[in-house]
Ligand binder design. Sequence first.
Ligand SMILES: *Cc1c(COP(=O)(O)O)cnc(C)c1O
Length: 369
Amino acid sequence: MKFNDALKDIKIYEAGKPIELVVREFGIAPENVVKLASNENPKGCSPKVVKAIADNAHRAFLYPDDSFYELKDALAKRFNVQDENIIIGAGSDQVLEFISRALLTENDSVLMSKVTFAMYEIYAKQMGAKIIRTSSYEHKVDEFIEAYHKQKEQEEKPKIVYICTPNNPTGDATSKEDVLKIIDAVDKDTMVVVDGAYMEYAAAKDEKYRIEPNDIMGFDNVIYLGTFSKAYGLGGMRVGYGIGNAPMIKELYKMRPPFNISTLSLVAAIEACKDEEFVEESIALHAGQIGRYEVFAKENGFEYIESYTNFITYLFPDSMNSTEISDRLFKEGVIIRNLASYGMNAVRITIGTVKQNDRFFEMFKGVVT
Ligand SMILES: *Cc1c(COP(=O)(O)O)cnc(C)c1O
């Protein structure tokens, strides 16, 4: 079988390890596994969402309302945009895929920061596009603009520029002012993707990082992405969205398969929109806990990146090895994300509940000393 040449260069996405794997491999009881690897909400999701899913379970045989009318309406009200500005995806991941398929060919290139969300590269490479990266893991405006112009001079102007703010897996954020500078510097036939998967956390921490879909609606070539997977605690339901001007959204709709989120996912997302208090509580729990991780890093002699997300990235000195540390924690039932595959001697840890964090600190001390 001959697969597309484009596939040769694609590394399969390495997802955070599931609880089931620890249970199977080491016989640790599921309730003793601490999973801090996939940036899920440690509070779970809103109890109102749980109830709505249960109340609607009997409707599983029905396809969902394919217009997603009620969900779009809730999002339109929340963000003060129109229904026609919104496209729903099975996670914002699927919207990234629509964008890639709608825009890229093997003659195109895309621009992103040195260390950022791995799926940008995978979706772009599926289309045969070339990946250009800046030299810093942070989104430095000058580096983005310089790389863009350099590519343009070589007649390889990037077709898509990805801005992940706050950035995964590093946790740093780009201010609204800097995002607008990048948008301003690129030509109108380059799409700028502003991925706000963790925006709820950044906006709560510091207003200058808050980017609302309305901030980019005036541009025909910019799309804002959001998700229910992080602050809303619905990673398992797979619901995300893209927001942009109506003609662009209409084009992206051509990429969408029918019924692309499930009947129960739709119910869950609609209900989640009605419980903003749950999101506020989640952010408050997080804000109360993240400082402990900063203190812990200082006490144990390594650096961390200041985080605007629901996780923190620890940067280890040469005397500590991120692969060894994450493997040893894994055997103890504590799952964190090793960043060695991103070329960093670092780990990413989702901030958990008080109890989960206690256990992380205890186990970490155990494996490191
Ligand atoms: C989690 C995440 C997403 C999307 O997740 P979905 O579950 O597919 O909605 C998108 N971008 C970044 C940076 C993420 O971390």
